[in-house]
Structures are given as C-alpha cells and as structure tokens.
Design a protein around this ligand. Sequence first.
Ligand SMILES: Nc1nc2c([nH]c(=O)n2[C@H]2C[C@H](O)[C@@H](COP(=O)(O)OP(=O)(O)OP(=O)(O)O)O2)c(=O)[nH]1
Length: 133
Amino acid sequence: MKHIHVTCAIIERDGLVLAAQRSEGMSMPLKWEFPGGKIDPGESPEECLRRELLEEMSIQVGIEESLPASTHNYQKFAITLYPFICSLKTEEIVLHEHAALAWLPAGELHCLDWAEADLPVVDSYLVACGVQS
Ligand SMILES: Nc1nc2c([nH]c(=O)n2[C@H]2C[C@H](O)[C@@H](COP(=O)(O)OP(=O)(O)OP(=O)(O)O)O2)c(=O)[nH]1
C-alpha cells in the first residue's frame, strides 16, 4: 500500500486554532484538516510546512513545537502526519485551495468533520495544551 508523509500546521492566534476545509474538488471533499501537505524528496518536514503554507494560503508561520507523528491507514493508502504547533506571522490569509477556514477554541475542535487521520492529532494537541477532549 502507498504510504505518504504529510506535514500539518496547528496554527494558533489569540487563543484560537485554525482549521481548513478541503474543497469539493479535492480528495476527501469537505473534510477538515490542518493545512500542510506531502513532504517532497530531500525536504525536511519544516521546509515542507513553510512551502505548503505559502502555496495554499500565502502565509508565513513561526514553528513553535512538534507533536508526535501519527500514522493512519485509509482504505487506499497509509499516511503519517507530522504536526507542528505554529504561530501566525502574516495578517492576511488567502485561500488558494481550501473551501473555508474556521478559527475555533481548542475545546471545540471536535465539532468539525475531520479527515480520519487527524483525529489522533487533535487529541494529542488537546493533551499538549491541557484541554480536556
Ligand atoms: N494537508 C493535510 N493533509 C491531510 C491531513 N489529513 C489527511 O488525511 N491529509 C491527507 C489528504 C491528502 O491525501 C494528503 C495531503 O496531500 P496534499 O495536501 O499534498 O495534496 P492533495 O490534498 O492535493 O492530495 P491528493 O489527495 O490530491 O493527492 O494527506 C491534514 O491534516 N493536512
């Protein structure tokens, strides 16, 4: 089975967390995820994250902390997610690929319909920031 390695950014601002909704034309349409993408050959996870965030949303971030990598088996492929807690360095966010954004308090993240691979990442983030899930 194909195994992809994907970085994702848990971006915090003013006590809220950014989630992004995949658009109808993408795989896993309308599921929520943390912005990021596949690591290219020769790229570090941090380099990948900075590249993907610029490409997807024209934003720059400060990478503050990594969370444990998390592997999930979808039906057709396996994915390892490399999550990073980030701060936002850019005022404006321009959506180039996603359908929508949401800024939520950590305790409300579970209200969204996440891509399945993200559920353990949400949980480990809630533990890291001391919020009960
Ligand atoms: N960026 C990101 N991708 C995620 C998350 N959770 C999750 O299952 N994925 C999946 C969706 C995609 O299959 C893959 C990321 O691919 P990508 O961002 O480089 O490009 P894409 O959505 O156009 O990928 P594709 O499915 O069309 O190949 O990882 C997440 O939190 N963030």
